[in-house]
Design a protein around this ligand. Structure first.
Ligand SMILES: NC(=O)c1ccc[n+]([C@@H]2O[C@H](COP(=O)([O-])OP(=O)(O)OC[C@H]3O[C@@H](n4cnc5c(N)ncnc54)[C@H](OP(=O)(O)O)[C@@H]3O)[C@@H](O)[C@H]2O)c1
Length: 243
């Protein structure tokens, strides 16, 4: 059997890098993308030192020209898993949000996965067990104050992924929205430095779940779910934002 390939966006750090490490450990060749080459090369070196296979392909997921350039370089290849993890976060009351912030948050969290899926469909169609997995958020499923733009992007991603799952179901390409609760990553600590570690899900657990989904038997799927720390109670979101 030929080696399987996974492309991970946002793979230079946070949960994306852990997803790349675990998929490489599971035998995938991993294509790592992100805007900065340095962090991608560091993860590639770690994966190779552990006996895995990976390569770095810097690109901005909001730029369809850069995406198409990567597609063109890998035109003849097969892609088994497209994991869209790149994202950015914004905590602000709506009145304080700028036009540029609205554009940026929607572009990276919502438009990026749309462009990636559209661009890599020909390669995914060559796989006998293809997955498009988008990383949502608890904001894809539940509403909390001060993150309305991020919530709009992540609920939009939920809708996009669900509709695409139906569109690609006849071709047996699974499309999954995995929505983590607050996670122990640099994004979380930058956004809410006062977060209680007990309320956070680990990148290792998220990556393990991704590895499970992309290796489900062909023709089977899951659709969407929250993956959350049981320490994250009802009022934890408000507390995290209010402290
Ligand atoms: N952390 C949480 O609590 C949490 C909870 C639920 C969901 N999520 C979601 O999980 C995903 C990963 O988050 P994380 O916590 O791992 O964040 P992170 O540590 O900040 O990592 C995000 C990665 O995305 C890359 N990135 C950002 N903008 C990009 C762009 N325009 N094009 C390509 N790559 C880009 C960054 O690398 P470069 O700067 O080099 O591009 C970075 O490596 C995001 O979609 C986030 O919304 C996070």
């Amino acid at each position: 059997m030929s080696i399987q390939t996974a492309l991970i966006t946002g793979a230079g750090g946070g949960m994306g890098s852990e997803i790349a490490r675990q998929l490489a450990a599971a035998g995938f060749h991993c294509l790592l993308t992100g805007r900065r080459e340095g962090p991608l090369e560091e993860v590639v070196a770690e994966i190779e030192a552990a006996g895995g296979s990976a390569s770095a392909h810097p690109l901005d997921v909001t730029d369809s020209v850069q995406i198409q350039a990567l597609v063109d370089r890998r035109k003849e290849e097969c892609l088994d898993a497209l994991i869209c993890c790149a994202g950015d976060w914004l905590i602000k009351p709506l009145e304080a949000v700028t036009d540029a912030e609205i554009e940026h948050i929607l572009a990276v969290n919502l438009v990026g996965p749309m462009l990636m899926a559209r661009s890599f469909l020909p390669q995914l169609r060559r796989s006998e067990n293809a997955t498009i997995l988008n990383i949502g958020s608890i904001a894809s499923m539940r509403y909390v104050p001060q993150i309305s733009i991020y919530t709009a992007a992540k609920t939009g991603l939920r809708g996009f992924t669900g509709a695409l799952a139906e569109e690609l179901r006849p071709e047996r390409i699974r499309c999954v929205l995995l929505s983590p609760g607050p996670a122990d990553t640099p994004m979380r600590w930058a956004a809410t430095p006062q977060a209680d570690p007990d309320t956070l899900v680990t990148p290792e657990t998220i990556a393990r779940t991704v590895a499970h989904i992309v290796t489900l038997p062909p023709g089977t799927t899951v659709t969407e779910f929250l993956l959350i720390s049981q320490g994250y109670g009802e009022d934890a979101a408000r507390k995290m934002l209010d402290d």
